[in-house]
Design a protein around this ligand. Structure first.
Ligand code: PEP
Length: 268
């Protein structure tokens, strides 16, 4: 298309947030054949309306990538280090993931808990991934104690300000028609507990989250926001229809092929 000097800039295309359902397998399954079978079961679940992804443990990434070749299932790491290489035992860098995975999760509460990641560290991880051209699923959410003290909004605001707000703006705004950044609202008390948040709680938290994104210069309306925390085939309807929810980050239920398929279908 020809650009004419002096003509008004082309209008931004209308924002269309992707609907995403991503399975976070955590440190599962224990055996590789189960992992590749689970990955293959996810192929064909996606549609024009919903994108499907899986996040296997690091050791299974390459064989799972092989079994997903040619499919429309996106592959994610579960975490990434902020450095490119070096003396960081046990870690995987963003450039190492490039060519294997499409993106990575960062800031999962289990990683924050086990590795002592704070918002600043999660921001560095996200920035490294975005700089390498990977998509990022950025997790945040409050603990039970924080919710009980009425601090949910303040915690979300802090996590956005000190985390996403610390990432260079050009990395966050490098939207090229496909999504680069999704945020997963994952209240810690709902993860793995079998007790999901209610649709109303999730919508309220996500409205806060989107407003806070605006305060750090990110167009919250353009970013897909997922809910994560004990989403199952029986609870998914609560979130699929909730205001502001663009999909789900699914832990335990993503290890059961039928259940994961039912969750994806709810977002179609
Ligand atoms: C998760 O690990 O991101 C998660 C949401 O787990 P679960 O669905 O098992 O609560």
């Amino acid at each position: 298309m020809t650009n004419y000097r002096g003509a008004p800039p082309p209008e931004d295309p209308p924002h269309r947030r992707s609907r995403l359902v991503i399975g976070n397998w955590k440190m599962n399954p224990a055996q590789l054949p189960e992992a590749t079978a689970l990955a293959r079961a996810a192929t064909g679940l996606g549609s024009a309306a919903v994108t499907v992804g899986v996040a296997p443990p690091a050791a299974w990434l390459i064989p799972v990538a092989d079994s997903l070749r040619g499919s429309d299932v996106l592959l994610f790491g579960q975490d990434v280090h902020w450095e490119e290489k070096g003396a960081f035992t046990g870690q995987v860098s963003a450039p190492m993931l490039v060519g294997v995975a499409n993106g990575t999760i960062v800031g999962h509460s289990e990683v924050r808990r086990d590795q002592g990641d704070d918002d600043a560290r999660v921001a560095r991880k996200a920035a490294a991934a975005l700089r390498s051209g990977l998509r990022v699923v950025y997790c945040l959410g409050e603990s039970l104690e924080e919710r009980q003290r009425g601090e949910t909004d303040a915690v979300i605001a802090r996590q956005v300000r000190e985390g996403l707000g610390a990432i260079e703006k050009d990395l966050l705004s490098a939207l090229d028609g496909t999504w680069r950044l999704a945020v997963a609202y994952e209240p810690i008390w709902a993860i793995g507990s079998g007790v999901p948040a209610s649709g109303a709680q999730v919508s309220e938290a996500i409205a806060t989250l989107r407003a806070e994104l605006g305060r750090v210069g990110v167009d919250g309306e353009a970013v897909s926001v997922l809910y994560g925390g004990s989403v199952s085939a029986s609870s998914v309807a609560e979130f699929a229809g909730a205001d502001g929810v663009d999909g789900a980050l699914v832990g335990g239920a993503s290890l059961k092929a039928d259940e994961f398929a039912a969750i994806v279908r709810a977002f179609r």
